[in-house]
Design a protein around this ligand. Structure first.
Ligand code: OGA
Ligand code: NI
Length: 358
């Protein structure tokens, strides 16, 4: 087996962090993985006045309830969560726990394939429908991240790696179910903005909306405080629904502090993304988040990114601006172009969205 030092030697044949973490006697990380956290980063602690149990919880069953009062209240809560946090947990979403477990298991089996098998799915361009890789964008990352990933475009056209053999069938069902949840949440979000429930769906053509499955693999890291799984960033698209195996690692930036999120099992961690910020003309800001690593267990997370149709041009909703006499704070930009920009540059806070600000 290669030594840790030789593992990162060639930028073209990047070593996965899985192989790196498994190299015998690894007690420190190669310098390419040293990530300088911002000196001013404030961590929320147990004594913090805002513990993570204040993270909003949305009961999905109320959102689809036929009782108008219940729906009115949950839409209000959803709007408040989007405005104050850009993040919420969704419970009672109706996606079977067994399906969620099978999906996590098949993702794990993907990462357990040999490096040679996984490299078949390496992909070349950032918009290739199946892409296995490490870090974020290893050809431009200044620092490497302690993360391997698999990204698969699963809607409007469904793609799947050919291995593991059961992946296709499980992923197809999981993606269909999560897409339904996301679309219902987006109906609620539209309403919370005072727009027609179908506004986002229609304007951004969600019948052809892009859905990307992103499986993240973070193996134990010998120096977790020096490395980063995913650096601070906001997501492209509208809504990301995230699940993880039993290990935490997701942190949110809230009121200038990093807040740990520990989801109860069987709930989705949902964050609003850049195109909700554009559409709402800055009312619902996309949340900056990151993934930290640990030195004990492998963490796997699965993010389902839900975006507009690739050729939709997203700009602030005219109806909102007319009603509230606002001027647009963002230029209209084609989702495909935005996605290309975001995926081919370094992942750095909201640097991609900043390009669309007026
Ligand atoms: C992402 C992401 C966080 C995590 O995939 O965009 O932010 O906890 N993941 O893995
Ligand atoms: Ni993210």
């Amino acid at each position: 087996m290669a030594t840790a030092a030789s593992l990162v030697s060639s930028p073209y044949k990047m070593t996965s962090v899985k192989d790196l973490a498994e190299s015998p006697g690894l007690s420190s990380i190669p310098s390419a993985y040293t990530f300088r956290k911002n000196q001013n980063d404030q961590q929320s602690s147990i004594s913090d006045p805002e513990p993570d149990d204040s993270i909003p919880i949305i009961d999905f069953s109320l959102l689809i309830s036929s009782c108008p009062e219940q729906r009115y209240k949950i839409i209000h809560d959803l709007g408040k969560a989007c405005q104050e946090w850009g993040f919420f947990m969704v419970i009672n979403h109706g996606v079977p726990e067994s399906l969620i477990k099978s999906m996590m298991d098949t993702c794990k089996r993907f990462f357990d394939l040999t490096e040679e098998e996984k490299r078949e799915f390496e992909g070349k361009a950032v918009l290739d429908p199946i892409r296995y890789g490490t870090s974020f964008n290893a050809s431009v990352d200044k620092v490497l991240f302690w993360r391997d990933f698999l990204k698969v475009f699963v809607h409007p056209q469904f793609h799947s790696p050919a291995k593991p053999s059961e992946f296709r069938e499980i992923a197809m069902e999981y993606c269909r179910r999560t897409r339904e949840v996301a679309r219902e949440l987006l109906r609620g979000i539209s309403e919370s903005l005072g727009l027609d429930a179908s506004y986002i769906d229609k304007t951004l053509n969600l019948d052809s909306g892009l859905q990307i499955l992103v499986a993240n693999f973070y193996p134990p890291c010998p120096q977790p405080n020096l490395a980063m799984g995913m650096p601070p960033h906001s997501d492209h698209g509208l809504l990301t629904l995230l699940i993880q195996n039993e290990n935490g690692g997701l942190q949110l930036q809230h009121n200038g502090k990093w807040v740990n999120v520990n989801a109860s099992s069987n709930s989705f961690m949902v964050n609003t993304a850049d195109h909700i910020e554009i559409l709402s003309n800055g009312k619902y800001k996309s949340i900056v988040h990151r993934a930290v690593v640990n030195n004990i267990r492998t963490r796997i997370s699965l993010a389902m990114a839900h975006g507009p149709s690739l050729d939709a041009i997203v700009s602030p909703a005219q109806e909102l601006m007319d009603r509230e006499n606002q001027v647009p704070g963002y230029v209209g930009i084609k989702y495909k172009k935005y996605l290309e920009l975001q995926q081919s540059n370094q992942l750095d806070n909201k640097s991609c969205l900043d390009r669309a600000r007026i």
